[in-house]
Design a protein around this ligand. Structure first.
Ligand code: CO
Length: 170
C-alpha cells in the first residue's frame, strides 16, 4: 500500500491467533520486502491491519537466519542517546529523510508460535524496529522527518496524494 492509502493510518489489531493464516501473512510480507529491496515491513503496508512486523537487517534473502517476525511488539526500554540517519519506506518510493531514533531499545514481542521473547536491539536493527513499530501505531516516517527534510519532500508528497488519491491501491 502506498501513501496515502487509508490502511496506513488505520488501527492495528492485537494478534491473538497464532495460526497458519498468520504464518502465511508473515511469509508474504518477507517475500514482498525482499522483492522491493527493503529491510523491514509492517502488516498494514500489505493491507493487513494487525500488529505484525518483519525485518532482516541486511535485506538479504540468502540470510534467513537474520529474519525477524514480531507479533504484538512493545518497547520496554530505550536509550537517551539518539542517532540521526536517513530512512526510506516501501510505502513511499523515491522519498527519503533523516530521522532521530533511539540508539538502542529493549523490546518484548511474541514469535510466530506465540511465545514471548525479550530482546535488546542496537544500531541499525533498533532503527528498523522503531520505523516498523511506528507503522503499527499509525505513525509514518514522514511525520518524524527533521524539519529540513519535511520541507524538501512537501511537493513530492502532494504529488503522491494527487496521483494515488486517498484510497490508493498498491
Ligand atoms: Co515504512
Amino acid at each position: 500500500m502506498r501513501y496515502p492509502h487509508p490502511k496506513l493510518r488505520a488501527e492495528n489489531a492485537v494478534i491473538d491467533k497464532f495460526d497458519d493464516e498468520l504464518k502465511a501473512t508473515a511469509k508474504e510480507m518477507l517475500s514482498i520486502m525482499y522483492k522491493d529491496d527493503g529491510v523491514g515491513l509492517a502488516a498494514p503496508q500489505v493491507g493487513v491491519n494487525k500488529r505484525l512486523m518483519v525485518f532482516n537487517e541486511e535485506g538479504d534473502i540468502t540470510k534467513p537466519q537474520l529474519e525477524m517476525i514480531l507479533a504484538n511488539p512493545v518497547i520496554v526500554g530505550r536509550s537517551d542517546v539518539m542517532a540521526l540517519r536517513e530512512e526510506g519506506c516501501l510505502s513511499f518510493p523515491m522519498i527519503n529523510g533523516k530521522i532521530l531514533r533511539h540508539e538502542w531499545i529493549e523490546i518484548e514481542y511474541q514469535n510466530i508460535g506465540g511465545e514471548r521473547v525479550s530482546k535488546r536491539l542496537e544500531g541499525f536493527p533498533a532503527r528498523i524496529f522503531q520505523h516498523e513499530y511506528d507503522h503499527l501505531d499509525r505513525v509514518l516516517f514522514i511525520d518524524r522527518f527533521v524539519d529540513e527534510d519535511k520541507a524538501l519532500n512537501k511537493k513530492r508528497l502532494e504529488k503522491y496524494v494527487k496521483k494515488y488519491g486517498a484510497d490508493a491501491a498498491p
